[in-house]
Design a protein around this ligand. Structure first.
Ligand SMILES: C[S@@+](CC[C@H](N)C(=O)[O-])C[C@H]1O[C@@H](n2cnc3c(N)ncnc32)[C@H](O)[C@@H]1O
Length: 266
């Protein structure tokens, strides 16, 4: 029986995640990034990409001398084809073990050795502490030029209420470079067909949450879009085919004019 309070739900989910970490095997949380790695991410974010990522990173490199990116809730194989990227971090529940990367050929797996992995639960404070330490060490505290967050089915494991999702996006915003850092993320606004949802599943819980909270999320997105200093662009991704594009997406870009915090999502 699920506890009602947000905190109770977080504790319950953390307990489950601890068990998964202990087992060392994720059942339905395989990374989907296929051999043409960055392609899959570009497909998800195609409606909101204003500039090819490599071109964007090249410009950031010219300005800052070094570029850093994070694959949040993913194994980092999306970085394989980004030649202007220097520092790479992947944050996922388990390390890039043999079960975690879906159908990657050996040479792609090899290139993953260049990616630092923080294995941990993003609902746990310790994981965020580790990410901050990495940012401090690898970017001298400057932050990420690019954060890609494409959890796909992973969203079902972190979005059991809107507070948890907001907690994550607020943290990601604070980790962006103040002078141009960009975040591309999926939102917990699914485009599933009714027949795809089995009764009692996590997908069903997300759909019922969205029924209650969609207006709040959309008002929050509109607020971001009207304030130019968030560099916000949204797409519901509705016209796109499934799996890579099952959810709405949002881009944010931080500049020296951006507020340090996002507006509250109530
Ligand atoms: C379906 S995979 C998507 C992976 C990758 N972003 C991609 O597009 O191929 C879900 C990802 O979410 C991660 N994940 C799920 N729950 C998590 C949690 N509580 N903390 C950290 N990572 C989590 C899994 O480890 C996995 O990498």
């Amino acid at each position: 029986m699920k506890k009602e309070s947000s905190f109770g739900q977080i504790l319950e989910e953390r307990k489950e995640n601890k068990k998964t970490i202990k087992k060392g095997k994720e059942n339905w949380l395989y990374d989907y990034t296929s051999p043409n790695t960055i392609w899959a991410y570009e497909k998800t974010f195609q409606n909101i990409i204003d500039q090819p990522w490599d071109e964007f990173l090249k410009e950031q490199k010219e300005r800052h001398g070094l570029t850093a990116a994070m694959d949040f809730m993913g194994g980092g194989s999306c970085f394989n084809d980004l030649q202007w990227l220097d520092k790479k971090l992947a944050v996922r529940l388990l390390d890039n073990g043999p079960n975690s990367l879906f159908q990657l050929p050996p040479q792609e797996k090899e290139r993953l050795l260049e990616v630092d992995v923080i294995a941990g639960d993003v609902l746990s404070k310790n994981t965020w502490k580790e990410i901050s330490l990495w940012v401090e060490k690898e970017t001298q505290g400057r932050g990420f030029d690019l954060i890609l967050s494409r959890p796909i089915g992973g969203l079902l494991h972190i979005t059991f209420n809107i507070d948890t999702w907001y907690f994550l996006i607020e943290n990601l915003w604070s980790l962006l470079d103040n002078d141009g850092g960009a975040l591309y993320t999926q939102l917990p606004l699914p485009n599933y067909d009714e027949h795809e949802i089995s009764p009692g599943s996590r997908a069903e819980s997300l759909v019922s949450l969205v029924k209650k909270k969609k207006e709040n999320i959309m008002n929050w997105v509109k607020l971001l879009e009207t304030e130019s200093s968030f560099g916000a662009v949204f797409s519901d991704n509705k016209e796109l085919p499934h799996i890579h594009c099952d959810y709405a997406v949002l881009r944010l870009r931080k500049t020296i004019d951006s507020p340090p915090q996002l507006p509250k999502l109530i």
